[in-house]
Design a protein around this ligand. Structure first.
Ligand code: CP
Length: 309
């Protein structure tokens, strides 16, 4: 058992498979409260905003009967200058078993891992990793297509700032999928050539072949000046609009980690069409990803905390 989930980079394929198997098992009992984690104390400590990740961890922990504490950073002694490490050690002294941490600084969890004796789960660190998003996306794809091996997954947009991409490339490739990256040259650094993903230049060519078109959120809060001429140009060149939607192959799935920038990554017209009259068996899975996030995060907590007496 790996002990923590710092990122998928240091996870083995069998760890991912174990979480997938547990997720499929738990999905059969979604309507029933389970007592697998009774007596465990889990806390969320988020230094950046979140709706999906934080709330789904809370629902998942309570589903398995763990006690869950949503730590209010802005009302805590952090604002009086208490360090991150001292804050976590204080929570540990009160019986904390697992900490779900989101932090703007890449590598924060790696820095903490040998300093605190509790299970650490990365809920997103800077532009580094967002491993539970990648796990829930892997589960969503596997559940829909009944496989990952050989599928073509096109990830489109702001590759540079995306922690989802960095976790997903590793996870999807481990599970046998092919990953294609497409985005503006300023947001698709050359170093991604070394990840084993295929770097495409034409959005139209890549999305015609893709089984999954994964739209990435344009991370406006992390942009430096000069990377994009304008949001309108980004949307014109890389957004999913009606014309591009009609290029997708039959049976393809459109995904997005949320939150959506409507009018940037996808036009309102394309989103409405996907929800009301999608072309030739094309499906959109944004709500399904959110629902699956509860199941996969419960499976992960169960996997990491089961052996923790
Ligand atoms: N996808 C994701 O991480 O969403 P939140 O920021 O709402 O948690």
């Amino acid at each position: 058992m790996p002990g923590h989930l710092l990122g998928l980079r240091n996870w083995k394929m069998e760890h991912i498979q174990e979480v997938m198997e547990r997720s499929f098992f738990l999905s059969r009992y979604r309507e029933r409260k389970l007592d697998y984690l009774r007596g465990k104390l889990v806390a969320a400590l988020f230094f950046e905003p979140s709706t999906r990740t934080k709330f789904s961890f809370e629902v998942a922990a309570r589903w398995l009967s763990a006690d869950f504490y949503d730590f209010p950073v802005e009302m805590s002694s952090v604002v009086k200058g208490e360090s991150l490490l001292d804050t976590i050690l204080t929570l540990k002294s009160m019986g904390l078993n697992a900490l779900i941490l989101r932090h703007p600084q890449s590598g924060t969890l790696e820095w903490l891992q040998n300093k605190v004796d509790i299970t650490l789960i990365n809920a997103g660190d800077g532009s580094h990793e967002h491993p539970t998003q990648a796990l829930l996306d892997i589960f969503t794809i596997q559940k829909y297509f009944d496989r990952l091996k050989g599928l073509k997954i096109a990830m489109v947009g702001d590759i540079k700032h995306s922690r989802v991409v960095r976790s997903s490339i590793k996870g999807l490739k481990e599970m046998g999928a092919e990953v294609y990256l497409v985005g503006p040259p300023t947001l698709l650094p050359y170093c991604f050539q070394e990840t084993g993903a295929k770097v495409g230049s034409s959005l139209e060519e890549v999305i015609k072949e893709a089984d999954v078109v994964y739209l990435l959120r344009l991370q406006r809060e992390r942009q430096q000046a000069g990377l994009l001429p304008s949001l309108e140009e980004y949307s014109y060149l890389y957004g999913l609009n009606i014309e591009r939607l009609l290029l997708l192959k039959e049976g393809a799935m459109v995904m997005h980690p949320g939150p959506l920038n409507i009018g940037v990554e996808i036009t309102q017209e394309a989103l409405d069409k996907l929800h009301t009259s999608p072309p030739s068996g094309i499906t959109v899975s944004i709500q399904r990803q959110v629902e699956n996030g509860i199941i996969v995060r419960a499976a992960l907590l169960d996997f990491l905390l089961k052996g923790d007496g």
